[in-house]
Design a protein around this ligand. Structure first.
Ligand SMILES: Nc1ncnc2c1ncn2[C@@H]1O[C@H](COP(=O)(O)OP(=O)(O)OP(=O)(O)O)[C@@H](O)[C@H]1O
Ligand SMILES: [Mg+2]
Length: 234
């Protein structure tokens, strides 16, 4: 029977020689790596703001009629309102744009909404409607889903533009619908943009004392003046 073999006294294997060589090498610690994020990197706040702004602008473009697709707001009080509404809609309140026909109220209103979208807010959902269209939707038979559903949708949407309020005489029913809508948004601190050809005093009288009181407390009122911009335009 052959003698059992032992490892003692045998030359080191190739693996053992390699390991011994590695042990002799100087220890090199990894150097510092630059982990600073740039605005192009996911994880950087600016990267995510821009991504939110792209989504918001796409929604804005869907909601804006063709004529107002290039609208920008230029009036300083309106840009200030939009800059407040973008990061903190709860504090923006009601924006009332008043002035004669063709002075750019609707243009500025869509411009304000675009400015909010460009800021990349956490949530951007908007409905833009004229007051006559809204009353058409809310009246019995105006919507398949029913007027209560439509009123709730208008009351809950984060951003609402109510264009041309006061163009028609309010019946008891339209006054009540307008009150319920604006009162609910006022109670929930949701912003509204209203445009009107009426003077603010006339609008307040038309909407009734209850809404006039809420407007007096929560509205930023901007009066646009000047010539009818439609005259001389294609
Ligand atoms: N700053 C602007 N730059 C370019 N075009 C503008 C500007 N403001 C308004 N317009 C254009 O002038 C016209 C009238 O503007 P807009 O419709 O906003 O007026 P309005 O005050 O809402 O009028 P109305 O009281 O009749 O509703 C539109 O064709 C609009 O595109
Ligand atoms: Mg208008």
């Amino acid at each position: 029977m052959p003698e059992p073999q032992t490892l003692a006294g045998r030359p080191p294997s190739a693996l053992a020689r390699l390991m011994a060589g590695l042990a002799d090498r100087p220890q090199v610690a990894p150097g510092p790596t630059d982990t600073t994020l740039t605005p192009d990197d996911p994880g950087h706040p600016e990267y995510h703001r821009q991504a939110r702004a792209r989504v918001a602008l796409a929604r804005w473009e869907t909601a804006a009629p063709r004529r107002y697709r290039t609208a920008t707001c230029t009036h300083p009080d309106i840009t200030t309102w939009a800059d407040r509404a973008a990061p903190d809609p709860d504090t923006a309140g009601i924006l009332v744009l008043t002035g004669p026909i063709g002075t750019g109220k609707t243009h500025q209103a869509y411009g304000a909404l675009r400015r909010i979208a460009e800021a990349g807010p956490r949530r951007f959902e908007m409905i833009a409607t004229t007051a006559p269209d809204m009353y058409g939707l809310l009246r019995p038979g105006g919507s398949e889903r029913g007027s209560e559903y439509e009123l709730r949708r208008l009351a809950r949407i984060p951003l609402l533009l109510l264009d041309d309020l006061g163009t028609e005489k309010l019946s008891e029913w339209t006054e009540e619908a307008t009150y319920r809508l604006i009162n609910e948004r006022y109670n929930q601190c949701r912003p509204v943009i209203i445009t009107t050809n009426l003077l603010v005093t006339e609008l307040a009288a038309q909407l009734g004392d209850r809404l006039a009181s809420r407007l007096a407390q929560a509205a930023t009122i901007v009066t646009l003046a000047g010539p009818d911009l439609r005259r001389g335009q294609p």
